[in-house]
Design a protein around this ligand. Structure first.
Ligand code: AMP
Length: 130
């Protein structure tokens, strides 16, 4: 029997909109090393750091990936961007610089289906990325 698709073409059986580990962190149900929080974003240290500073910034309003920004609210998206810059400043990364990464979809190895910006810094970063 064919699977029914939602308006956005996604099967209602896909797990993408199920709760993620980041929903748990936002709710305070999953422990995390939170470095910043305001009414729009939360930021916490990545459990598998790829640089001396590796922090994830997550908007409290759920999107699955940055691909949804095409239909996102400008206010939400703007607050997200401001949150990223604020966290990087508070982590002391502004002077030497840092990288912001949005892994998006399968080819980019996005593993958590809740949009998050990786802030990476504290060392000279290579380019191109792997
Ligand atoms: P991505 O591959 O872009 O989806 O990145 C997901 C990131 O979340 C990875 O770098 C993981 O190490 C990180 N991560 C997964 N679970 C947790 C957690 N409980 N606390 C902090 N970081 C996490």
């Amino acid at each position: 029997m064919p699977r029914r698709l939602t308006r956005r073409g996604r099967s209602r059986y896909d797990s993408a909109m199920e709760k993620t580990i980041f929903d748990g962190i936002i709710a305070g149900e999953v422990p995390a090393d939170v470095v910043y929080r305001d009414e729009h974003v939360i930021a916490f240290r990545d459990i598998n750091p790829q640089a001396p500073v590796h922090v994830l910034v997550v908007p409290l309003e759920r999107m699955e990936s940055i691909a949804e920004a095409t239909s996102g609210k400008p206010e939400t998206l703007g607050r997200f961007m401001q949150g990223i810059a604020t966290v990087a400043r508070e982590l002391g990364l502004e002077e030497k610089g840092y990288r912001v990464v949005f892994n998006t979809g399968r080819d980019a190895l996005q593993t958590v289906q809740y949009v998050h910006a990786h802030i990476l810094g504290g060392r000279k970063l290579g380019w191109p990325p792997g």
